[in-house]
Design a protein around this ligand. Structure first.
Ligand code: AMP
Length: 216
């Protein structure tokens, strides 16, 4: 991926935040980010980029130089190096924008990102500053119950008790500081993720209306 080399030295964003609206979507594993993102896409026309999905696709791409590195991190529930994740996100954004009839405008939900502070800083420096973070807050016991249930059918290598425990630890140690960083800038919209999905979506819509206006 040629974007990787280019990314390291870049200190100005490639997209303007007047043209591109980015919301980061965070929450522990099993908090329901994917479910809410699906609904947000249907209602507001966001493009949905899941960092985890992009990494899994890259892992499975024949001849990817990053395949085994990604697989190892996913299995251990650890963070894939930021250059790989950011390059995948940037190239997806470019291809979505270039196929858009109004190419300068785009609305993106970036799900499962940034999971570590260095990713947040680099993405905002070199790609585009985000508007805010949608943070789905859920107790660990409930997330564990949901993941074990999903594991019966998901086929995901990391929906097992051992990987789940590691993912929780990574979330608390590495991703919560990202939430705190944005919170200190009043850029976090926190949503209680315990209720059923429809209720969580109602709360999400109400918060978006407050932050982005009714006609977003
Ligand atoms: P998810 O599909 O969001 O649950 O992510 C599954 C796994 O992909 C995580 O446990 C990490 O190993 C990896 N991953 C997902 N998002 C990121 C990210 N933003 N940065 C680095 N690694 C990630």
């Amino acid at each position: 991926m040629s974007t990787i080399d280019n990314l390291k030295d870049r200190t100005t964003p490639v997209f303007s935040k007047d043209d591109v609206t980015v919301l980061f979507v965070l929450g522990g594993p099993g908090a329901g980010k994917g479910t809410q993102c699906e609904r947000l896409v249907a209602k507001y026309g966001f493009a949905h980029l899941s960092a985890g999905d992009l990494l899994r696709a890259e892992q499975n791409r024949p001849n990817s130089e990053f395949g085994s590195l990604i697989r190892e991190h996913i299995r251990n529930g650890t963070i894939v190096p930021m250059e790989v994740t950011i390059a995948l996100l940037e190239s997806s954004m470019r291809s979505i924008l270039s196929s858009n009839p109004n190419p300068s405008k785009g609305k993106f939900l970036i799900d499962g990102f940034p999971r570590k502070l260095d990713q947040a800083l680099k993405f905002e420096e070199a790609v585009v500053p985000a508007r805010f973070v949608l943070f789905y807050d859920c107790p660990e016991a409930e997330m564990e119950r949901r993941l074990m249930e999903r594991g019966k059918t998901s086929g995901r290598e990391d929906d097992n008790a051992d990987s789940i425990r590691k993912r929780f630890r990574t979330f608390v140690d590495t991703s919560m500081p990202v939430v705190e960083y944005f919170e200190a800038q009043d850029r976090v919209v926190k949503i209680d993720a315990r209720p059923e999905p429809d209720k969580v979506f109602e709360a999400t819509q109400a918060e978006l209306a407050k932050r982005l206006g009714e006609n977003f």
